[in-house]
Design a protein around this ligand. Structure first.
Ligand SMILES: Nc1nc2c(c(=O)[nH]1)N[C@H]1C(S)=C(S)[C@@H](COP(=O)(O)OP(=O)(O)OC[C@H]3O[C@@H](n4cnc5c(=O)[nH]c(N)nc54)[C@H](O)[C@@H]3O)O[C@H]1N2
Ligand SMILES: Nc1nc2c(c(=O)[nH]1)N[C@H]1C(S)=C(S)[C@@H](COP(=O)(O)OP(=O)(O)OC[C@H]3O[C@@H](n4cnc5c(=O)[nH]c(N)nc54)[C@H](O)[C@@H]3O)O[C@H]1N2
Ligand code: SF4
Ligand SMILES: [Mo]
Length: 726
């Protein structure tokens, strides 16, 4: 349906617009937005029934999206911090009092002048952009913003906060970010959700898993937390955090010991099998040894390996692993993810529809990002070369160290967009100490007043996905989509494209590319001569909403990634078993037993099912869905009893980096030795700090990613008076 047709089929008073949910979620749903013609207001959001993965429904978060779009916390105009107001937490709902409204003209002039002066005095690399995935639209995520910072000669940001260890793992084994199509999970005979909270984070995969289960498939969840997904599964393996690499090796051990591997597939499609076999068969990978470290029963490991190895032969239906990013956000997470990624190579599960593994499908979308981001502009900058790179998972170090933690001078200006940096980055104490620096010039482009705007010199209003046009792929399906602008931007919100285009002009950058806007950029993103994008044109996307990618098909007409050698993009052109994944026990990697003794509990600082990272954490309807108004620490009864804690008690969670206070809930969410709490806004948390006060800036073994899930803590009961005082 194009927009004109929609106007005609709609009633006189409304029209329906095809948009795409741009949140950082694998599902990238097609969304139909009903807009009241008279008022211009969006009145209803609905999943696109024509989209084969969205299938007409939205998750609970975005079903209530209009509460966010029209939230009283929306930032509507450019504003400047008032003289004399220190940077730091402001009372929610009253942030506006700390700022004064200015025009876009004045904001752009003043920001351009400040950035120019800072670049002249300290060098342009003293300017740091900070962004992640507030929107995953191609334009909003990374296009004009990159052009702007490249031309300025600013430091570059290595966007490692989420997925780089897993990506490195997938690339090392397969050479491509591809996987089993979500629709095909319906054909699986066994589904393993491995570090994957499907029900909470990836709900559109769920109906396909349910379809498979109706045909007899079992769902096994491997997760240290009893997620909604785990509670609904046939089996939940509550693994000890950070030990997945060893479990994968243990499964391989049993598979290979019992000769369940697919020899024909191994010969045709893999490289390094003998080395892997020799490694997996070591005694340290036998089920009893694996059980001792993972906390799982040896019989269950044996049984899962047998089920995984024989399901195709027994039922004619293959095994599918939904690996999500949970396991790779951990010190040995890259190696663990590599080991898991190798499993379907052993059984040849890729050769049947519904078999294999999905971590990400984003590599299927050959958008022309070079064209959008124009790295060549760095040569025109005063730096005249590739600029220094700052790892976003070490924001605390970047803002508090004289060499930004990477060499060179300090960071003097920070431009934040698409991210609630103050809340989501690890080692929050350091991050906030850096953000509070009065000599740091901070600009925040945001939809709403949040933890990060509290530290801004200038706040600039950004649109929601209903208010801007974009083009999008997905990391959990294979449909490209255009998101039409459904409503006018609220207040004076400007898209990321417009902001950085206009700011580029104000800086005096002469290149014509700063005049490009959404229409031009979408066309440029699609300027690709790639067979998988055959038929994916702007016109078709605009008229049809979504278009399926043209991935290669075999003689039977099936499109099955890694079913044959052509799919692999590794150096050997095969699935790579080498180097073999070496498991290192978490306590060894964390500096040994002395530290573990002081902080003996594994801490899971988790995402909430009803928020999107910290997005929605301010919206009352989402807070109610979370059914928790205050932060909760989930504990096992044994750990609670040892510390004299019962449900409802105030507890302090501490380690060498920080301390937060929460209410204890003793139950079955976590196993002994593990505690868990939800990621939330810092300013809405007791004491003004969230779970990231406890997480560290250490990086993963592969991909230099964040290690949120490698955090050790101690828990102590606090007296009622003490809790009220924080
Ligand atoms: N509702 C909701 N949906 C979301 C998000 C959200 O915040 N809320 N966030 C979005 C984002 S940013 C992303 S990256 C995607 C993907 O999201 P993921 O990165 O996959 O989500 P997580 O919930 O962090 O991790 C998945 C599961 O891994 C588990 N886990 C943690 N440590 C370990 C471990 O050592 N071993 C094993 N086996 N499991 C472990 C966690 O308990 C969790 O249930 O989801 C997106 N969707
Ligand atoms: N403890 C702990 N920390 C974590 C995680 C965890 O599981 N536990 N997860 C990590 C992961 S996986 C991720 S991906 C990161 C996510 O970190 P972020 O990407 O920072 O995620 P959000 O908190 O959702 O903040 C996104 C912000 O972008 C804004 N935004 C949305 N659209 C636009 C736009 O078009 N323009 C502009 N300028 N802004 C926009 C939203 O209003 C929102 O405030 O957090 C990481 N941090
Ligand atoms: S957050 Fe994910 S599941 Fe929810 S509407 Fe957006 S894309 Fe769909
Ligand atoms: Mo993420």
């Amino acid at each position: 349906m194009n927009q004109e047709e929609q106007t005609r089929v709609g009633s006189d008073a409304t029209r329906t617009v095809h948009a795409v949910c741009s949140h950082d979620c694998p599902d990238s749903c097609g969304v139909l937005v009903t807009v009241d013609e008279l008022s211009g207001r969006a009145t209803k959001l609905q999943g696109d029934p024509a989209h084969p993965v969205t299938r007409g429904f939205l998750c609970g978060k975005v079903a209530k999206y209009l509460d966010r779009v029209y939230s009283p916390d929306r930032l509507l105009y450019p504003m400047r911090r008032k003289q004399g107001i220190a940077k730091g937490p402001l009372v929610q709902g009253r942030e506006v009092e700390a700022f004064e409204r200015i025009s876009w003209d004045e904001a752009l002039d003043k920001i351009a002048a400040r950035l120019t002066a800072i670049a002249a005095e300290h060098g342009p690399e003293s300017v740091l952009p900070y962004s992640y995935a507030g929107t995953i639209g191609q334009l909003g995520f990374g296009s004009m913003d990159r052009r702007f910072f490249h031309r300025l000669g600013a430091s570059r940001l290595d966007r490692t906060i989420c997925a780089t260890a897993g990506t490195a793992a997938l690339m090392s084994v397969y050479g491509a970010r591809l996987g089993t199509r979500p629709e095909d999970f319906a054909e699986a005979g066994l589904v393993i959700a491995w570090g994957a909270n499907v029900h909470g984070n990836n709900i559109h995969l769920w109906p396909f898993i349910e379809q498979a289960r109706r045909m007899g498939a079992r769902l096994v969840v491997i997760d240290p937390y009893r997620t909604r997904t785990a509670a609904l599964a046939d089996e939940h393996l509550a693994i000890r955090p950070g030990t997945d690499g060893l479990l994968a090796l243990g499964l391989m051990h049993v598979l290979l010991r019992e000769e369940m591997e697919d020899r024909a597939y191994l010969d045709r499609c893999t490289h390094g099998f003998d080395a892997l076999r020799a490694h997996a068969m070591k005694a340290e990978h036998a089920p009893a040894a694996v059980a001792a470290v993972t906390g799982l029963a040896a019989e269950r490991i044996e049984a899962l390996a047998r089920e995984y190895g024989t399901v195709l032969r027994r039922t004619g239906r293959p095994s599918a692993i939904r690996l999500n990013y949970g396991i790779q956000r951990s010190e040995n997470g890259g190696t663990a993810a590599r080991a898991v990624c190798m499993l379907p190579l052993l059984t040849g599960a890729w050769t049947r529809r519904g078999g294999g593994l999905q971590l990400s499908t984003s590599g299927a979308f050959p958008f022309n990002q070079e064209r959008l981001q124009m790295p060549e502009l760095m040569r025109a900058s005063p730096v005249g070369r590739g600029t220094r790179v700052v790892n976003m998972s070490r924001l605390g170090a970047a803002l508090t160290r004289e060499d930004a933690g990477v060499g060179g001078g300090p960071v003097k200006a920070l431009v934040v967009y698409n991210s609630n940096a103050a809340a989501i980055a690890p080692n929050q104490t350091e991050v906030l100490r850096g953000l509070a620096r009065e000599d740091l010039f901070t600009v925040v482009h945001e939809q709403i007043f949040n933890d990060t705007t509290d530290y801004a010199d200038y706040v600039l209003p950004a649109p929601t996905f209903l208010e801007v046009k974009d083009v999008q792929g997905a990391y959990g399906h294979l449909f490209a989509q255009v998101s039409e602008q459904a409503i006018q931007p609220l207040g004076e919100a400007w898209s990321n494209v417009r902001l950085f285009g206009e700011l580029g002009r104000r800086m005096g950058f002469p290149e014509a590319c700063f005049d490009d806007r959404e229409e031009e950029l979408i066309a440029q993103a699609l300027e690709v001569d790639h067979p998988w994008f055959a038929g994916v044109t702007k016109e078709r996307l605009e008229s049809e909403g979504h278009v399926e990618l043209a991935l290669p098909k075999d003689a039977r007409g099936e499109s099955l990634p890694f079913s044959s050698p052509e799919w692999f993009r590794t150096a050997s052109g095969r699935g790579e078993f080498v180097p073999v994944p070496i498991f290192i026990a978490p306590s060894e990697s964390r500096g040994g037993s002395a530290r573990d003794a002081a902080y003996p509990l594994e801490f899971l600082p988790r995402k909430a099912d009803n928020f999107m990272n910290t997005t929605f954490a301010n919206v009352p309807v989402h807070q109610r869905l979370e059914a928790k108004t205050e932060g909760v620490l989930e504990m096992h009864a044994v750990d609670a009893a040892k510390r004299g804690v019962v449900t409802g008690d105030g507890v302090e969670v501490v380690n060498g980096r920080g301390r937060i206070t929460l209410r204890a809930r003793v139950g079955t969410a976590v196993a002994e030795g593990v505690v868990a709490a939800r990621l939330d806004w810092a300013k809405l948390s007791a004491g003004g700090m969230n779970v990231n006060a406890l997480t560290s800036e250490r990086l993963t073994d592969l991909g230099d990613g964040a290690t949120f899930y490698s955090t050790m803590v101690e828990v102590r009961r606090v007296a009622a008076g003490e809790l009220a005082a924080v």
